[in-house]
Write a new protein. Sequence first.
Length: 357
Amino acid sequence: MVNKRILLAEELIKTCALDAFVFFHLPNIRYLSGFSGTDGVLVVVGGETGFLTDSRYTTQARQQVVADSVREYRVKIDGILEFLAEKGAVRVGFESDTLAYATVSELREKGGAYEWVPVSREVKSLRCLKDEPEIEVLEQAAALNAVCFEEILSEIRPGAREVDIALALEFALKHRGAEEKAFDFIVASGVRGALPHGVASSKTIAAGELVTVDFGCRLNGYHSDETVTLAVGEVSPRLREMHDVVLEAHDRAIDSVRPGAALRDIDAAARKYITDCGFGDYFGHGTGHGLGLEVHESPSVSPRADEEAREGMVFTIEPGIYIPDVGGVRIEDTVLVTAGGCRRLTRIPKGFRTLPV
Ligand code: ZN
Ligand code: ZN
């Protein structure tokens, strides 16, 4: 299964008229070779793949990695240049979005014999179509979200601190097998809801507030990402309206997902509704992002997106309204693009929900 992915790397090499590609970015290395450690390089050249690492990881690599050879280096750059020299490459691609400038400079200095070609777009799309095993893990990670959220739901009540909700969720997720939390959870209540990235604080939740909980986990390297906004007791009509508008925008965006739909139009489906309802000034971020081995990856669903949705893409739909000094609402699901439209991977119901006080 992992082996077939090398064909994608070879396609990339062909598309960019390269002889070789050096992958440094760990999610790409994991995707292409199966290596889950934290240091190594994957070189693809002339139909051959070499995984290079140092002595700390050689044993792990020999067990995990699907590549033609696994080699040990003492100095990373030297190991790469040696491998390339053997294969007679000239034009060598690298990941221009993630590779440190210092490393690129060193490659160009020590490897002056090669033409080092920065590649961005083709690298971004490398992992954007998910295969069956990936979809399965993404679904499992999303299922964990639902179970754990239900488990801690009763703790979201007046008097609880945001940070306690975040901790309870993290504990529940790890207790049930998650490797790690996907990111620092956002638990934003009351006026803090107006902060789109309001990481859980020591603020106490009060009756009459909305609480936005944005969380997820990592399972076998893959992430879940989901946002729920709940009412703690009775909320004002204005807050209720904000929730209804975001929910409708979210539903419209999801309804517009199908192979061939411009990602920009999926964004517009949510944005136009929010704007038409008079809240356009309060929705500043893109509608969604790809999700997989990284929490944020290609594609992005935004007004600037220039790609189309394709079957197998997995991305979030997460419109929001954030009004300073009033509060905020965000509703987020992760969807898989299918032949006929899309399927929600995240499972927590998103309809308006009032928690007892
Ligand atoms: Zn999220
Ligand atoms: Zn997200």
